[in-house]
Design a protein. Structure first.
Length: 392
């Protein structure tokens, strides 16, 4: 009887741990929802006609600014707070802000509402990254996170064009809330606890500040490219003569297939090398951008499909590599939250800059800017990785 009771307790504990892991992945999945579906968000606001191109970029960047604020400060609070309570409150605020967004139109009110949503999102996302970093195999955990985000993106790019046709941009935020409510229900049931409680607010980067800065700037540069290129990928397709449904289908297929990239990333790094993964990503993504730049309406559908799908595969492939480099820098489990800050700084800079280029130049200017940023990112990430290896 005693052994049976023990086995039952162990089984329940394992089930609870698995449910907690699912909860973390769901939260992390929604933490990247704005970034994942940014092309459709930009397109929906643009087609609604209530904002100009610059205002659309600013409203979209307001989410990013809120996430940046909470994630940048997470170093000081993420190991001191009650994770379960903070995630429940954060998800609730995120849901309410999305609901409000669906029914307002004013530029300043939209900007404020999306900033509040971003702060709540950033709190949840930072905690989920810290929880994933605590896993025994963080590289695999980050890969699972990217896979979850890819699945969400696939569903989103498939379904959202229909939501947008019916409800304009309101449909996007109501769609988000379907998944956020699911995440909230799972989080209510189970969520990991903070196993590395820390009482001090100090930042000690002694001996590691150089690789920390390099990898941080490398991620910023990469996501600057995404803020420029990814945000306007839907507009590039429309300009080439594709319909919204065609673009949504192509991006959805690309997202689904890109799960291969995140799934193979950990395997590739373990058997080969992180540096090789970075260089391969650069060597493949730059030609993808080049063919989009020179795309003509006659061949737009096939070129757009091949280029964007391949681009997405290697985006998913390289993200766990970046996060793995960041995770290797320290053992406190706090620096990893700066990954979110790096993601969002890049987007916060890239998206409005792209809006400026589109408003004052050509839509296709965002492509060469993105290409330069990806090249700079690769140099910085490789330098950071080599420095970490020398210090190990």
């Amino acid at each position: 009887m005693l052994s049976q009771a023990i086995n039952e307790n162990v089984k329940q504990s394992e089930q609870g741990a698995m449910l907690g892991y699912v909860a973390v992945l769901l939260v992390a999945m929604m933490g990247a929802a704005i970034t994942t579906l940014m092309p459709l968000i930009i397109g929906a606001f643009s087609d609604a006609g209530i904002l100009n191109a610059q205002q659309v970029s600013i409203v979209t960047a307001s989410d990013v600014a809120g996430i940046l604020l909470s994630s940048a400060s997470a170093y000081f609070w993420v190991r001191r707070c009650n994770w379960h309570l903070c995630v429940v409150v954060g998800l609730t605020i995120f849901i309410l802000a999305n609901f409000v967004t669906a029914y307002i139109e004013g530029f300043y009110l939209l900007m404020l509402t999306r900033f509040i949503a971003g702060v709540a999102c950033g709190v949840c996302y930072s905690i989920s990254l810290a929880a994933l970093g605590d896993r025994a195999n963080p590289d695999k955990a980050f890969g699972d996170m990217v896979t979850a985000q890819v699945i969400f993106g696939t569903v989103g790019f498939t379904a959202l064009p229909y939501f947008i046709e019916i409800s304009s941009y309101a449909g996007i935020y109501l769609f988000f809330n379907i998944f956020l409510v699911l995440a909230l229900l799972v989080v209510f049931k189970e969520f990991p606890t903070n196993n590395r409680v820390q009482q001090h607010f100090d930042i000690n980067l002694s001996g590691i500040w150089q690789p920390t800065l390099l990898v941080f700037l490398g991620i910023v540069a990469y996501y600057f490219a995404q803020g420029a290129v990814w945000a306007y990928l839907e507009r590039i397709g429309v300009d080439a003569g594709l319909t919204g449904r065609q673009i949504g289908l192509i991006l959805a297929v690309g997202f689904g297939i890109s799960a291969v990239g995140s799934a193979l990333s950990g395997w590739f790094v373990k058997r080969l090398a992180r540096e090789l993964a970075i260089w391969i990503t650069l060597a493949i993504q730059l030609p993808c951008l080049a063919v989009l730049y020179f795309m003509t309406p006659e061949s737009a559908c096939i070129i757009y499909a091949v280029a964007t799908i391949t681009y997405q595969i290697f985006w998913s492939f390289v993200i766990p590599v970046m996060m793995g480099i960041f995770s290797d820098i320290d053992n406190s489990g706090r620096l990893i939250v700066f990954c979110v800050s790096a993601f969002k700084i890049g987007l916060l800079l890239g998206t409005p800059f792209a809006g400026y280029l589109v408003s004052n130049g050509s839509l296709y200017d965002v492509i060469w800017v993105g290409a330069i940023a990806i090249f700079v990112s690769s140099i910085l990430l490789v330098a950071a990785h080599r420095m970490i290896k020398k210090q190990a």
